[in-house]
Write a protein of this length. Structure first.
Length: 68
């Protein structure tokens, strides 16, 4: 039997392919980096801020490519 906690997220991402997986992973990394910076109470420009910008931009551009 398939665990519903595993099946529901897997079904939500079914059919998005490699580009969708990269978009979701990049968005997750950016969100995690932002959450970590908020928890620490500071967002350093390097490396945290720079990687946050790169990951968010990558996630946005890949998500836009999926919508085409």
């Amino acid at each position: 039997m398939v665990d519903p906690l595993v099946a529901a997220p897997a079904a939500a991402y079914a059919g998005i392919g490699v580009v969708g997986a990269l978009a979701a992973a990049s968005a997750g990394m950016a969100a995690g980096r932002l959450a970590g910076a908020l928890a620490e109470g500071e967002l350093r420009p390097w490396p945290t801020g720079a990687f946050l910008v790169v990951e968010a931009a990558l996630a946005g551009s890949l998500a836009a490519a999926l919508r085409r």
